[in-house]
Design a protein around this ligand. Structure first.
Ligand code: PRP
Ligand code: MG
Length: 212
């Protein structure tokens, strides 16, 4: 029988919320520790645990049929990939932050500055729209440390509770986008799996309605 291949974040905040959603819709997954792939007992899906940033390419290539992923990652790396459903959890912002001591009046203040981020495409789009020339430093994690070690004047990263900004003496000055978890679909999904996806989507919708 055909199975829907669905990608879920391997570890991190989205992982737990995604697994909880699958559990809440009654899908029980045989989860061996450290396994990168798992099947469900009672629903025709296979779950692949992948790195967030790799998921858009796997969707594009049809390696997986669908994914539970942050909308912000799709905006950064998968603008071409369609969203079947917004899932209403793991909401966050992608924001610009500067040291608390920086006097910031407007976006113009970023002209010629160094910005550290893991979201270069999102940042470049924003800078282009605002006709700002700045120098990007691409870092993959712990971006908020960059101003404190003299690597950047500003950062662009995810803000959820705001505690990472606070702990690093930074203040949010611009919000580039709002994001939440979404169900994304591969352009190469087979019709058979499309049917399974519709069933899954229906289950998601019922649970999400109940959560409101
Ligand atoms: C994420 C993100 C921010 C932080 C935001 O980092 O990159 O740094 O969470 O959350 P908060 O506003 O609730 O503090 P994460 O801890 O996942 O680590 P990483 O940056 O090293 O990937
Ligand atoms: Mg971080």
């Amino acid at each position: 029988m055909s199975k829907l291949k669905i990608a879920v974040q391997k570890s991190g905040r989205l992982h737990d919320d995604s697994m909880k959603l699958l559990k809440d819709v009654g899908i029980s997954i045989d989860n061996g520790r450290g396994q990168l792939k798992a099947s469900a007992k009672n629903f025709p899906i296979e779950v692949f645990y992948l790195r967030n940033g790799d998921i858009p390419q796997y969707l594009r290539d049809g390696v997986v049929d669908a994914a539970i992923i942050g909308e912000n990652v799709l905006i950064e790396k998968g603008n071409d990939i369609s969203i079947a459903e917004k899932l209403g959890f793991s909401s966050c912002k992608v924001s610009i932050a500067v040291p608390k001591s920086t006097k910031y009046k407007s976006i113009q203040d970023l002209q010629g500055k160094r910005i550290a981020t893991s979201y270069p495409n999102t940042v470049n789009r924003f800078l282009d729209e605002n006709k700002i020339d700045a120098n990007l430093h691409i870092i993959n994690g712990s971006v908020e440390i960059a101003p404190n070690i003299g690597l950047a004047d500003a950062i662009v990263d995810i803000v959820s509770s705001g505690s990472t900004l606070f702990k690093n003496n930074l203040k949010e000055v611009e919000v580039l986008l709002h994001s939440e978890a979404v169900l994304a679909v591969s352009p190469l999904i087979f019709p058979k799996n499309q049917i399974i996806l519709s069933k899954l989507k229906f289950r998601f919708q019922s649970v999400l309605k109940g959560r409101q």
